[in-house]
Design a protein around this ligand. Structure first.
Ligand SMILES: C[S@@+](CC[C@H](N)C(=O)[O-])C[C@H]1O[C@@H](n2cnc3c(N)ncnc32)[C@H](O)[C@@H]1O
Ligand code: SF4
Length: 217
């Protein structure tokens, strides 16, 4: 039987079994200022001094099938997958608008999909999102950049992981809050270890090893 200790490194479990800071925005809320307006943003985007540096892109996918009671993220609980399509269209418009503000020859060395639940989108929609990102910006090859995604194991299968790898993702974080069924019921996040979390994690390990092998040959 798979247990948390057989799946995860006990030293890491011990290390992170403590309260820590949690960032919900960048810049963090304490750094928000009223005098940083649209014009200041455009000036910063066009800053020639910054043009030699890489770009990082973040995409927020705010939809979740159900809501976890502890969650402080910006999310919309819905079972209607049709919401993903108009949101994707808006993301593509936003990409075009943002691309016009930056020197898009700057290489993108970091891209992150967070949420909400990025895999609320279908495989095809995720592919479309990545195609649009590549169309508007200069994404580096995936062995020179970090392409990461937050994965809720309840919303992904081993096939989803293989698809994400094909799209270039080379780093993922798995949402796991607690393995205790009593806690899972209390927080409205039922997520069996064996047939859900572990299978997604094994698929990610498998894809990661293949990626490391191909990058080193
Ligand atoms: C924001 S979620 C996004 C990915 C996906 N929706 C999921 O839940 O796996 C990423 C991680 O943040 C955790 N999280 C959300 N709200 C939290 C909170 N208030 N304290 C600690 N972790 C939290 C979630 O449990 C999940 O592991
Ligand atoms: S699925 Fe993730 S983002 Fe959605 S409510 Fe739960 S923790 Fe928050």
């Amino acid at each position: 039987m798979i247990t948390a200790n057989s799946l995860f490194r006990p030293d890491l479990l011990a290390k992170y079994s403590a309260n820590g800071p949690r960032y919900t925005s960048y810049p963090t809320a304490l750094q928000f200022r009223d005098d940083f307006d649209c014009a200041a943003y455009l000036r910063a985007a066009a800053d020639l001094g910054a043009s030699a540096t890489d770009l990082s892109l973040y995409f927020h996918i705010p939809f979740c099938d159900t809501v976890c009671f502890y969650c402080g993220c910006n999310k919309i609980a819905t079972k209607n997958r049709a919401h993903a399509r108009p949101y994707l269209e808006q993301l593509k418009r936003e990409m075009a608008l943002q691309a016009a503000c930056f020197d898009t020859r700057r290489p993108v060395s970091q891209l992150h999909l967070g949420g909400g639940t990025p895999t609320f989108m279908s495989n095809d929609e995720l592919a479309e999102l990545m195609d649009a990102a590549r169309e508007h910006f200069s994404l580096l090859p995936d062995d020179e950049a970090e392409y990461s995604i937050e994965v809720d194991p309840r919303e992904a299968s081993p096939d989803t992981i293989a698809h994400l790898r094909k799209l270039g993702f080379n780093r993922l974080s798995l949402g796991v809050q607690d393995f205790d069924p009593l806690v899972q019921r209390a927080i409205n996040r039922i997520q069996p270890l064996d047939d859900m979390t572990a299978s997604v994690m094994q698929a990610a390990l498998h894809a990661g090893r293949a990626f490391i092998r191909s990058a080193s040959t």
